[in-house]
Design a protein around this ligand. Structure first.
Ligand SMILES: [Zn+2]
Length: 437
């Protein structure tokens, strides 16, 4: 029962808000993604519109990682059973894995990769490394497959195949603290671009099902605690929440309506380096055990982008939007000028929809609004004569008339290149205890 009418109203309003933002509904309306039962449940088809969002995200991801000294690789999607025996995946994680695939008349058993770590270890071990080369940061947008029961699948948020923005940092024990700190700072900076602020930090400790000695776990947990301690960030302990090979820091974020989502994760691992004998040559010319830091920022691209759809309620920022500008001629006589306008916008690298259909202007404007285009540029004979455009921003009723095209392009270039949040993005007050992810 509700103590008063206002609380009931708030509750109902909130339910409405959640419904309005549902990524499965918006995904259909805006033609973003599809899950086809014949293709297989839990597997996401990225439709052309959302594929543009992903392309932009991936390009930016690659850029910021190269700038921060990461080296980017590709590794195979299936691997021999031997490697997952050595890594401990089959023993501790086997129930989440797909396989075996029988090759060479059944004499060779392969499994579909559930994680990218073993592949990155093999990349690291493709040669002997000196301490001078460390830390070595290996990154990949790596697609993995994990078994989830049918009943738990949920749109893009809980799936059976997804791409992780995975990185493994190989370093000495002495470098680990600083590297963890750098990842942590990068994660906060990264998440803030999307308007995810006020993160909650969790330190997740050793789970019951795990590899390695307590001594290694003590050491690894201590490294994470110290990295957080130096930054004086408040955090909570998630007892037993670590992965089977390592403890981790989880950064959880709050979306536009205050719900908590899984953000970035940093794990410090002393186990896999033991199992795979991962070493480097130290100052004394001796082989020394390396530390391995596993980390993701997006986590799963499917879940992250599914979350973004709800966070933005489908109103994507300009830099990510699949349709950035719609050019709409008032009537046919302005069509040539509209074509010319579209051409100039495309030359400035904008994704433009040119509306060439005849018909009622109001309907055409409404359709563009429904597609959630960032800007509408409306041109009539008057604009054609003056060489200007009329601009409407998504979410605003006002029309700005007599803007020169150059000035408009200049303005939206700034907005795009700074990855600004859209003007119609309005984060609500976070509500305590709301959790969905
Ligand atoms: Zn890993």
């Amino acid at each position: 029962m509700w103590p008063d009418q206002k609380q009931l109203d708030d509750y109902l309003k909130r339910l409405q808000e959640i419904e309005r933002r549902d990524h499965r509904v918006l995904g259909k309306e805006l033609e973003l993604f599809r899950i086809d039962e014949e293709l297989g449940s839990g597997l996401v088809l990225w439709l052309p519109n959302l594929s543009i969002v992903r392309e932009e995200l991936e390009a930016w991801w690659r850029k910021i990682h190269r700038e921060r000294g990461y080296t980017l690789v590709y590794t195979p999607h299936i691997a021999h059973e031997k490697i997952y025996q050595r890594s401990g995946h089959l023993e501790k994680y086997g129930e989440n894995m797909y396989g075996p695939l029988l090759l060479d008349e059944g004499t060779q058993r392969f499994w579909i990769k559930p994680m990218n770590c073993p592949g990155h270890i093999k990349v690291y071990q493709s040669k002997i490394h000196s301490y001078r080369e460390l830390p070595l940061r290996i990154g990949e947008l790596g697609t993995v497959y994990r078994y989830e029961r049918g009943g738990t699948l949920h749109g893009m948020l809980r799936v059976r195949g997804f791409t992780q923005d995975d990185s493994h940092i190989f370093c000495s024990w002495g470098q680990a603290q600083e590297e963890i700190g750098k990842v942590f700072d990068l994660a906060l900076e990264f998440l803030s671009v999307f308007g995810y602020t006020e993160p909650s930090i969790y330190l997740s400790t050793r789970p019951e099902k795990r590899l390695g000695s307590d001594e290694l776990w003590d050491k690894a947990e201590e490294a994470l605690r110290t990295a957080l301690g130096i930054r004086e960030v408040p955090y909570k302990i998630d007892e037993g929440g670590g992965v089977f090979y390592a403890p981790k820091i989880d950064i959880k974020v709050h979306d536009a309506i205050g719900r908590e989502w899984q953000g970035a994760t940093v794990q410090v691992d002393l186990n896999l380096p033991e199992r795979f004998d991962v070493t480097f040559v130290n100052e004394k010319g001796e082989r020394e055990r390396a530390v391995m830091i596993h980390r993701v920022l997006f986590g799963s691209l499917e879940r992250f982008v599914g979350g973004l759809i709800e966070h933005y309620a489908g109103n994507f920022p300009l830099w990510l939007n699949w349709e950035q500008v719609a050019v709409i001629p008032v009537r046919e006589s302005a069509l040539d000028y509209a074509r010319d306008t579209a051409k100039k916008l495309r030359a400035a690298d904008f994704r433009v929809h040119l509306d060439e259909q005849a018909g009622d202007l109001r309907n055409r404007v409404k359709e563009a609004q429904q597609r959630k285009v960032s800007y509408m540029v409306v041109v009539g004979d008057k604009e054609a004569a003056a060489g200007t455009v009329s601009v409407r921003r998504r979410g605003s009723r006002d029309e700005e008339r007599g803007v020169t095209l150059d000035a408009f392009i200049e303005r939206i270039k700034k907005e795009r290149d700074s990855k600004a949040l859209p003007a119609d993005f309005a984060p609500h007050e976070p509500t305590a205890g709301d959790s969905l992810a």
